[in-house]
Design a protein around this ligand. Structure first.
Ligand code: PMP
Length: 405
């Protein structure tokens, strides 16, 4: 059990008033708010240990390096990876996927090879593969959806052939808030000798992740969606793949020696971490994960599931409400009658309620649904049923305004 009132006190921004109304922040799938311990960590690093990492023999550099490497170990334990050198720090999920598309793509793929993605992917798990296609002629195929917006697993099983080289799918849909059967997806791919990249952007804040139990080959996530700072994320990769893949960016830190005629690359994980990393963000991400651990990810998940269940139940009391897919995580997408989601979002904003509207960077899924976009409410551990009540009242008010027109 988590004590929500106590938790809320740790988030200074939740005390904000928006248009003189208490902030109701329901846009957590886009980014979560930050607890004071994370905000303080950023300030403390700059105040007490700021120094470039991995390079200096001097004290501050060593302290900062140790703190950054401790964060790597915190992430390793959090996702159940075998080695800390399998944890690559990136700028976020987007960069993690681009890294694989680029490094795995350039090293191991050739024209005519195939990748499998799905119809519910975020643009960051579509466009890198399109760019790879333009560079190399590697093709991607798309797992279709069933009538209730689930991945069509039977169709997926039939998509493998001797040219299939990688599956890259999202664990949880950022639009539908539904969880894909990721273990089954991985097992099917492995039975075809094909590795799997999991986009964990929407699962990491809400689920216990164990990459070894899943047997995921790659797992990507962003720090800012799990109470950490912006600009820092993670790519987990199995040692075997990371050792095989060529580097992503070139520069300092990722080399052992550089001569004009030949450069040799650094060991993992540094081979993939060219340039000065966002060590301040990385250290603060470690703090965010410690904070999540102090609450227990299972406790967080239980609270969010109850909020989602309650939100769905309450939304269904509104006439002409359409809920998309079968949300089982911490987000729900909906439309009310003919009200355009942008109009609904604007009215709710005036009531201090922050939701997300539009295509949620998943245009192919929105096109598949044949709608202009959705309104999405998404939850974090600090949200309450009272806030969902405020959302429902706000939607009812919007409905009234539009039916009076
Ligand atoms: N994948 C999914 C499923 C997402 O929800 C998001 C963020 N909305 C991303 C990838 C991209 O994350 P980021 O912008 O932090 O790189």
């Amino acid at each position: 059990m988590v004590n929500i009132e106590e938790i809320r006190k740790e988030f200074p921004i939740l005390e904000s008033r928006i248009y003189d109304k208490p902030l109701v922040y329901l846009d957590n799938a886009a980014t979560t708010q930050k607890p004071k311990c994370v905000i303080d960590t950023i300030s403390n690093v700059y105040t007490t240990m700021n120094s470039n990492v991995h390079r200096g023999v001097h004290h501050l550099s060593q302290v900062a390096t140790t703190a950054m490497e401790n964060s790597r170990e915190t992430v390793r334990k959090f996702i159940g990876a075998k080695h800390s050198h399998e944890i690559i720090f990136t700028r976020g999920t987007t960069e993690s996927i681009n890294l694989v598309a680029s490094s795995y793509g350039n090293t191991l793929l050739k024209e005519g090879d195939e990748i499998i993605i799905s119809a519910m992917e975020h643009h960051s798990n579509i466009v890198p593969w399109q760019l790879l296609h333009a560079r190399t002629g590697v093709k991607f195929r798309v797992i279709p959806l069933t009538g209730n917006c689930k991945l069509d697993i039977e169709a997926y099983k039939g998509m493998f052939n001797e040219k299939t080289r990688l599956v890259s799918v999202t664990h949880v849909s950022n639009v539908l808030g539904s969880t894909n059967p990721i273990k089954e997806i991985i097992d099917i791919a492995h039975s075809n000798d094909v590795p799997v990249l999991v986009d964990g952007a929407q699962s990491i804040p809400h689920k216990k992740i164990d990459v070894m139990e899943l047997d995921a080959d790659f797992f990507a996530f962003s720090g800012h969606k799990i109470y950490g700072p912006t600009g820092v994320g993670v790519l987990y990769g199995k040692e075997l793949w990371l050792e095989t893949m060529q580097p992503y960016n070139g520069g300092g830190e990722m080399i052992k020696s550089v001569r004009f005629d030949k450069t040799s690359f650094n060991d993992l994980p540094y081979k993939f971490e060219a340039g000065t990393p966002d060590y301040v963000g990385i250290i603060a991400l470690g703090k965010a994960i410690e904070w999540v651990n102090s609450l227990g990810i299972e406790n967080i998940a239980a609270h969010e599931h109850e909020l989602t269940r309650y939100a769905v139940e309450q939304l269904k009391t509104i006439p002409e409400m359409r809920i998309f897919g079968e949300p089982d995580g911490a987000a729900v997408s909906f439309l009310t009658g003919d009200i355009h989601p942008a109009d609904l979002g604007t009215i709710l904003d005036r009531l201090g309620i922050a939701i997300r509207t539009g295509h949620h960077c998943a245009q192919p899924l929105i096109d598949h649904l044949g709608i202009p976009g959705t309104a999405r409410a998404s939850f974090a551990v600090y949200n309450t049923k009272k806030e969902i009540d405020a959302l429902i009242q706000g939607i009812k008010r919007a409905v009234k305004m539009f039916t009076q027109c």
